[in-house]
Ligand binder design. Structure first.
Ligand SMILES: Cc1cc2nc3c(=O)[nH]c(=O)nc-3n(C[C@H](O)[C@H](O)[C@H](O)COP(=O)(O)OP(=O)(O)OC[C@H]3O[C@@H](n4cnc5c(N)ncnc54)[C@H](O)[C@@H]3O)c2cc1C
Length: 320
């Protein structure tokens, strides 16, 4: 046994897998691994993107469920399969001699494999009361919440060409009453033209405040102008929650926006899997969960092969 960990008062166990992030991706992976009777540690700092999702309507068998409820049920389910859960923030990962060490501010844990499912964070502009309405009438994802704006008085705002495309899509699919506010964005003539052709009014200005106590009534611009609206769909980009991966030189795509993984979500570093929007850019419950399950099945296969000291064994799910 390596005594270094024990003498430093650290957890001297070697887990089969450490899962980082308790959103749908990480929870689903942990549940699969727990049901293979693997030693699994799930580390989560709390307050991820799923916790902002108040109304999730596109998950099979749930007419409506909140993100917090998915997390609560997922943690309970994982615990039932003996997954160890720690609330902490991962700061660094190292790999040495086939073993990973996962560091948090106060501790360190070792494992044969790691699943990273830490998701992304929205970039929020400084608009007063934004968080009061986040997930109920201030939205950032057309796949998640576009439908909820159906027939409503909508403002689309954002600081890139993506926001223009978002306004066009929102008008086509959800509401004819769409107004566009370019946020610190000079519109190209071609963008102005297409918005005009589609009958989308453009209001120049910078939203600084959302008006309304419980229900959104409108947006106040920097110059005091008030634009009435019932919902806002915003596009200010996202950032990856991946600062702790910087020491590993993992392969990213050409735009440096996402991690490159295999079809079973293994990164360019053997044994380290990355699921959810960090690799695909798709930030959806069922997609993250499906990737988590796929990664867990592959990890279990890897662990079986390691233990047996054999080469590749066929998938346990394969039928003749
Ligand atoms: C307002 C809103 C509405 C949404 N609506 C829908 C919807 O209707 N349908 C849908 O499918 N999806 C919806 N989503 C997206 C969905 O909630 C998730 O973002 C998505 O399922 C991805 O899950 P994930 O597990 O990859 O990441 P997340 O759910 O983002 O989970 C990542 C976890 O990792 C943790 N973490 C991050 N960094 C660290 C670290 N260094 N150490 C430890 N832990 C860390 C975070 O705290 C978080 O708990 C919505 C999101 C938002 C914001």
């Amino acid at each position: 046994m390596d005594t270094t960990f024990a003498t430093r008062g650290l957890d001297d166990r070697i887990y089969d897998s450490i899962v980082i992030g308790a959103g749908p991706g990480g929870l689903q992976a942990a549940i699969y691994l727990g049901r293979y009777n693997r030693d699994v540690l799930l580390i989560d700092r709390g307050g991820g993107r799923t916790s902002h999702a108040h109304f999730i309507e596109n998950v099979l068998t749930h007419r409506l469920i909140s993100g917090m409820e998915i997390i609560r049920r997922g943690l309970e389910q994982a615990t039932n399969f003996n997954v160890q859960i720690k609330t902490d923030r991962v700061t660094k990962i190292e790999k040495d001699g086939g073993l990973f060490t996962v560091f948090t501010a106060a501790s360190a844990y070792r494992a044969r494999t790691v699943i990273v499912s830490t998701g992304v964070s929205d970039v929020f502009p400084p608009i007063e009361h934004l968080h009061r309405f986040l997930g109920t009438s201030y939205f950032t994802c057309i796949d998640c919440d576009g439908y909820r704006t159906t027939g409503k008085k909508l403002v689309v705002t954002g600081n890139s060409l993506n926001a223009v495309n978002l306004a066009l899509a929102m008008k086509q699919m959800f509401t004819k009453d769409t107004t566009f506010i370019p946020y610190e964005l000079s519109l190209q003539p071609s963008s102005s033209e297409v918005l005009a052709d589609e009958g989308i009014p453009v209001v120049p200005g910078k939203p600084v405040r959302i008006i309304g106590a419980k229900v959104m009534e409108g947006l106040e611009l920097e110059d005091g102008t008030r634009i009435a609206c019932e919902a806002v769909m915003a596009s200010f980009g996202i950032r990856l929650n991946d600062d702790f991966l910087s020491g590993l030189s993992l392969k990213k795509d050409a735009g440096n926006a996402h991690y490159v993984t295999s079809s079973v979500y293994e990164s360019s570093l053997r044994g380290l899997y990355i699921v959810g929007p960090l690799n695909t850019g798709q930030d959806q419950v069922v997609i993250a969960a499906g990737e988590g399950a796929t990664a867990a099945i592959d990890i279990n296969k890897q662990l079986l092969e390691e233990k047996e000291g054999r080469g590749e064994i066929c998938s346990l799910a394969e039928h003749p």
